[in-house]
Write a protein that binds this ligand. Structure first.
Ligand code: PLP
Length: 368
């Protein structure tokens, strides 16, 4: 039986193993491991790729968002609009800053923050909107930015799933005031460990995040603010510089797989295929299929040797961690319905078209 893992990271990295080995050897030989040339080089390359003036490497994705919020002075008493259907890290970043996440439902087709529902959630304490480009498709940023400008709010993109995605011809990470990226190993651009970055056109914000990531210090032993230790390692930066030139090719491959899935499943009445926006170019970090009998389909695929995941089984408002906010089942029905019916099919730069057809066959077989 063909076994198709959800994501084979060994195979992804094997493609470029000699280059990764060289990068590793260079860093070891340099004897310099924190905030040096490799970080600067990657920051420059990623800023150019996104099309912004600044990239600041940080420890991971949730810290990228946290430091942006801190740098904008958002804290206790402040509210931040977040999607009701996201990975909990989006909410946690707001909580780390001492502010309160205020959930808003997604559009039921794009799965991204519904601009039409934002204004009803604003209060005099709202300071920012934190849209997520979920699954690799840009949120509908134009109306979100218009609302933000009317109410004098900051827009912070959670671009952790959207490396290389674009909206109206511009890359995610350069659409709002600032953006947080994660380079967690499984992301479209992934390090060999934890890593993240902040991208922005805002000079002052970039300066502040540079200081916040390094104990509140730009010059050794001179601490201008209460900072954190959230730095991008030289080693991870070197690996990311090796991988960045492959990102567009890898995303293109993901698109081909997604197209095969969508063509095969769009006529199956029990299935809902992801809706793509004309204005956005999707990078398919995740292929989110929806099915009312999700658990049955997942068990069937598992028996057929096909790995799947659920993104995400518990929406943040129903997680134990946020019990203190007092939300109940039924309060965010769109997010809850996604959590109950979403199934992520295998998709990656190394998955072959033959394997894709095997997955298609196994899914269709369930409804045959
Ligand atoms: C991965 C992810 C994060 C967090 O990134 P880490 O690097 O794991 O901290 C935040 N938001 C979203 C939407 C993510 O997918």
């Amino acid at each position: 039986m063909t076994r198709i893992p959800y994501l084979d990271l060994k195979a992804v990295n094997a493609e470029i193993q000699p280059e990764l080995d060289r990068a590793y050897a260079q860093i070891v030989a340099s004897g310099w491991f924190i905030l040096g040339k490799a970080v600067e080089t990657f920051e420059g390359a990623f800023a150019d790729y996104v099309g912004v003036r600044h990239c600041v490497g940080v420890g991971n994705g949730v810290e990228a968002l946290h430091l942006i919020l801190r740098a904008y002075g958002i804290g206790p008493g402040d509210e931040v609009i977040v999607p009701s259907n996201t990975y909990i890290a989006t909410w946690l970043a707001v909580t780390y800053a001492g502010a309160t996440p205020v959930p808003v439902e997604p559009d039921p087709h794009s799965y991204n923050l519904d601009p039409n529902r934002i204004e009803a959630a604003l209060t005099e304490n709202t300071r920012a909107i934190l849209p997520v480009h979920l699954y690799g498709q840009a949120a509908d940023m134009r109306p979100i930015l218009a609302i933000a400008s009317r109410h004098d709010l900051v827009v912070i993109e959670d671009a952790a799933q959207a490396h290389g995605a674009s909206y109206q011809g511009r890359r995610c990470g350069g659409l709002g005031h600032a953006a947080g990226f994660s380079f967690y190993p499984g992301k479209n651009l992934g390090a060999l460990g934890d890593a993240g970055a902040v991208t922005t056109e805002d000079d002052a914000l970039a300066e502040k995040v540079r200081s916040l990531r390094n104990y509140g210090s730009k010059k050794k032993y001179e601490n201008e603010m209460l900072g954190f230790n959230s730095r991008l390692d030289e080693l991870q930066a070197a690996f990311l510089s090796v991988k960045l030139p492959y990102l567009d090719k890898w995303n293109e491959h993901r698109r081909q797989i997604a197209e095969v899935y969508t063509d095969a499943f769009s006529q199956v009445p029990e299935l809902t295929v992801p809706h793509t926006l004309d204005s956005a170019s999707h990078v398919w970090h995740i292929y989110p299929l929806r099915c009312t009998d999700r658990d049955g389909l997942q068990a069937h695929l598992n028996r057929a040797g096909i790995g799947t995941l659920i993104h995400y089984p518990v929406p943040p408002h129903l997680s134990e961690a946020y019990a203190t906010l007092g939300y109940k089942q039924g309060e965010f029905p769109v997010a809850e319905a996604i959590a109950q019916t979403e199934l992520s099919l295998p998709i990656s730069p190394v998955m072959t078209m033959d394997e894709t057809e095997v997955v298609v066959g196994a899914v269709l077989d369930y409804f045959g």
